[in-house]
Write a protein that binds this ligand. Structure first.
Ligand SMILES: CC(C)(COP(=O)(O)O)[C@@H](O)C(=O)NCCC(=O)O
Ligand SMILES: [Mn+2]
Length: 865
């Protein structure tokens, strides 16, 4: 990495003059998020931010968090080490921005959460235990020719001063002293303009350092970053961290750099070529009069390069030159045909020119890269840079060249964040950004539809239907000629810039997420049960589209049916339909995407349009109705013998009273579970059970809570695990304590356990205490799972759940989302019971050769697995 500039920050004697910005909470916060009571803001002397030498600024220090803690966190409101928020890569053609916005501070931790954390041994004296504060990394680009737009964007979002999204204590540096990391030639060329327009100094970072740091970060931290692209097929590659280096990094910007990377900060620029993206765009513009790079690329898709390129067949009378392995369709000489006849430029179709140029440059890059890989014995070549633009034909052409010349030995791979390597690397060069410490499970990528600098309202209401999915254009017609063998880039649809940006989402940094410790083999774990091939995609897209009007109605009603809610409802429907269309067109556009991701995307999209909880009133109604019948159910259960009761409880969970055990069960391990519960280890109950609850109403109240009660009665601690954020009618961790408290009014077992688990405090005073003299109960607790989806991905759960899992010896996963769509085949380190009713005919047939409303009761004792 480049050496840091050692200039000391200059203390601003003026004090308190920093610009204060409102902490504008953005929608779509994503998973989890840090908690903590907001500290009182104190006016204080501000330290100017120095990118390279953050210093501790103690001014305005205040106690932050709960005073019950022995060592509460001390918040340094003017401390600047975590506000490295903007970095730039100013290239010859494009300016790339990476910026960080803080998550809005969440509400303070309530008594329940603190008590659960204490019980789970999670209170560590208030020290900050996470490597980095939660927030989001955004990726934005501008044409260098439109630098003013970029400056306006930075200025409108106040990115150079900490950002409008940052809490006010984040900001405050005097504009004159603000330093922003920048790389690329423009960091030198436009430094004065940045100073003049924004009052900021650009601190230059070496371009190669940045490219390598950016690539290494992406390959280490993003699960679905690298992919191969051959014959129109995109395939994500799981990179083994221990087997990443060495590799060749080829950055195709205006020109091309070829870098051999041996480790973090260890690399050598081994070659390059001046024939790159700038060459394609420059020559293309001159020859076709195209107005933009994308227009030129789009033209190529309708081109036929055989009118321009001289092919082997043109020279050999239509024959292959098989002796040296050249087919008749091989390009013998790019643009070779244009020398031999007397045509003018205007006689050639711009489409053909563009395709010829694209192939010439892509093959050339592929070939030079391969030769360098050969030179250093490298098998993997990662291509980055904005020339590639996720363009299928370009990637296929490069892959083809690498594959052809290496005879299949070397592999061309591409990066989803291809254009942002330099900017990301510049961002990494701030000290104390904490990104080095992040692991894959701390990052959640989201794909908001709102344009980066236009509010959703402007975008979706003013522009309306323009913002729908891009209209697919036809495949390029190359008439089968040219190239080594013609690459066939199916699905090579060129998107408008706005939608192409959707390939790269906003990276949410959520340091509170953990890998679930009871996963048997986290490396092999795959949450989704079925692979979505195109047919499956079509099927689920239809289900989701059909369901959309009803969901919009519910969402709008949940916000009082106001005009604003209606507008947001329309915007949501547009945005979600656009997502579906985008994925239909290219299923791998957002990384490897399964059904769980699709279902989560819908919830995220609702949140983006500020629908907090579409099912809120439905959930309340159903909870109330179910609580009203709970006492009768409990009485009935208590009148049964143990065996009958266990069966009734499982039946209750499976169908919340509509399931008839006489009906077909496609997996029925009930007897095995019964044996374990009742016979096998009598006197040895499970120590702690984690119950992953699903829906509100009957499901939780008449199903899971009575089952929890049975376990508690047997002396098993119970942790109810519920969603952190709403998803459909699923009960959330915030709602559960209230429901449990209501249920506990009718049941001493629940009451004692809920008290022991810190779920109810004084609320129960005044209720007749019929169990006063009974021994202290095992606790009933509630923890959040870290998700806002009907499914669960055990690679990313809340730290609270991870802590609760440490002593658990029984998991009960309930519902279709959590135990069927996901995790049906997941293996855990402790006994696991998966309960679900199959509410979909196709899935019942596909998975079990069964029928809709069949049930699964799958028990996987650990000693048998
Ligand atoms: C959305 C769901 C995963 C929720 O199911 P749950 O987890 O609540 O049992 C499930 O209802 C589902 O896949 N529904 C689609 C079924 C259909 O309309 O055919
Ligand atoms: Mn559900």
């Amino acid at each position: 990495m480049a050496a840091n500039n050692n200039s000391d920050p200059i203390l601003d004697e003026g004090g308190g003059g920093g610009v204060k910005h409102e902490a504008a909470g953005e929608a779509g916060e994503g998973k989890g998020g840090g908690g903590g009571a907001a500290a009182t803001q104190a006016p204080a002397a501000m330290l100017p931010r120095s990118g390279s030498r953050p210093q501790l600024d103690l001014s305005g220090a205040a106690i932050h968090g709960n005073l019950e803690d022995r060592n509460p966190t001390i918040l340094l409101p003017n401390q600047s080490d975590d506000i490295s928020h903007l970095a730039l890569d100013i290239g010859g053609s494009l300016i790339k921005l990476v910026y960080f916005s803080r998550h809005a501070e969440h509400s303070s931790e309530d008594k329940r959460k603190l008590s659960t954390k204490r019980r789970l041994g999670m209170l560590n004296g208030g020290r900050r235990s996470y490597p980095v504060l939660g927030g989001r990394l955004h990726f934005v680009k501008f044409e260098t020719g439109k630098l003013n737009e970029c400056l306006d964007f930075i200025s409108s979002k106040q990115l150079h001063r900490g950002g409008v999204d940052s809490p006010s204590w984040c900001s405050g540096a005097q504009p004159d002293n603000i330093v922003i990391k920048a790389t690329g030639g423009g960091a030198f060329k436009y430094a004065d303009l940045f100073k003049e327009r924004l009052g900021v100094s650009l601190e230059k970072e070496d371009e190669m350092d940045c490219l390598v740091a950016g690539a290494n970060f992406l390959l280490k931290s993003i699960r679905h970053e690298a992919f191969t692209h051959m014959d129109g097929q995109k395939e994500y590659v799981q990179i083994d961290q221990n087997d990443l280096f060495p590799f060749l990094l080829v950055n195709v910007g205006s020109g091309v750099s070829i870098i051999k990377v041996d480790g973090h900060g260890k690399f050598q620029r081994v070659s390059g070529t001046n024939v790159g993206g700038g060459t394609y765009w420059g020559l293309g513009r001159l020859m076709t009069k195209c107005k933009s790079f994308d227009e030129l690329l789009e033209l190529s898709q309708r081109g036929d390069n055989s009118t321009i390129d001289m092919l082997v067949g043109d020279i050999y009378g239509g024959l292959d030159y098989s002796k040296i392995g050249l087919s008749a369709s091989t390009i013998a000489s790019s643009f070779g045909k244009t020398i031999s006849d007397d045509k003018e430029l205007s006689d050639y179709r711009p489409e053909d020119i563009s395709l010829s140029l694209l192939r010439m440059i892509s093959y050339n890059i592929g070939q030079i890269s391969y030769l360098n890989a050969l030179r250093y014995g490298l098998k993997r070549i990662f291509f980055g840079g904005f020339f590639i633009r996720g363009h299928a034909y370009t990637m296929d052409t490069i892959s083809f060249a690498v594959n052809f010349w290496s005879k299949g030995e070397a592999k061309a791979m591409f990066l989803r964040h291809e254009g942002f390597l330099g900017a990301l690397g510049a961002f990494m060069s701030y000290e104390k950004h904490g990104l080095d410490d992040l692991r894959i499970h701390h990052l959640v990528e989201r794909f908001p539809m709102g344009a980066p600098y236009i509010s959703w309202m402007e975008k979706f209401v003013q522009k309306g239907t323009q913002i729908t999915a891009p209209v697919p254009v036809g495949f390029p017609v190359t008439t089968g000629m040219g190239g080594f063998e013609r690459p066939t880039a199916k699905g090579d649809i060129l998107r408008s810039d706005a939608s192409a940006a959707l390939n790269v989402g906003v990276l949410h940094l959520v340091p509170t997420l953990d890998v679930f410790p009871l996963l048997e083999d986290p490396k092999m774990y795959e949450p989704n049960t079925i692979d979505l091939d195109l047919n499956e995609y079509k099927y689920w897209f239809k289900i989701l589209s059909d369901h959309l009007p009803d969901l919009v109605d519910k969402a709008v009603a949940s916000e009082g049916g106001t005009d604003d809610a209606k507008r947001r409802g329309d915007a949501f429907a547009h945005a979600f339909s656009a997502h579906l269309a985008r994925l239909m067109e290219e299923p791998a556009a957002y990384g490897k995407f399964g059904l769980a991701n699709l279902l989560e995307l819908r919830e995220e999209c609702l949140r983006e349009f500020q629908f907090v909880d579409a099912y809120v009133s439905i959930k309340q109604r159903e909870n109330e109705a179910s609580l009203a019948v709970l006492p009768d159910l409990l009485m009935e259960l208590d009148s049964m013998n143990e065996e009958a009761r266990l069966l009734a409880l499982i039946e209750g969970v499976l169908a919340a009273n509509i399931f008839d055990w006489g009906s077909r069960a496609c997996i029925d391990d009930f007897d095995m579970f019964k044996k374990r519960m009742l016979a096998d280890k009598k006197g040895q109950p499970y120590k702690r059970a984690l119950l992953f609850v699903d829906n509100s109403g009957a499901d939780v109240v008449l199903g899971m809570i009575p089952l929890a009660r049975e376990l508690l009665r047997n002396g098993t601690e119970v942790v109810l695990v519920a969603n952190s954020l709403p998803a459909l009618n699923d009960v959330t961790a915030n709602e559960l304590p209230g429901i449990v408290a209501e249920a506990a009014k009718h049941c001493g077992i629940l009451r004692k356990a809920a008290e022991a688990g810190g779920l109810i405090f004084d609320a129960m005073a005044g209720i007749q205490d019929d169990l006063k003299d009974e021994p202290v109960s095992v606790p009933l607790m509630v923890v959040e799972n870290g998700c806002g989806s009907p499914c669960i991905d055990f690679r990313q759960v809340s730290s609270e759940l991870a802590a609760a899992a440490k002593d658990a010896d029984l998991l009960i996963l309930e519902g279709m989302g959590r135990s069927l769509h996901t995790n049906l085949n997941a293996r855990f380190k402790c006994d696991t019971l998966k309960l679900a009713m199959v509410k979909n005919q196709r899935l019942a047939e596909k998975l079990f050769n069964g029928n809709i409303y069949d049930c699964i009761c799958k028990f996987e004792p650990v000693h048998l697995t």
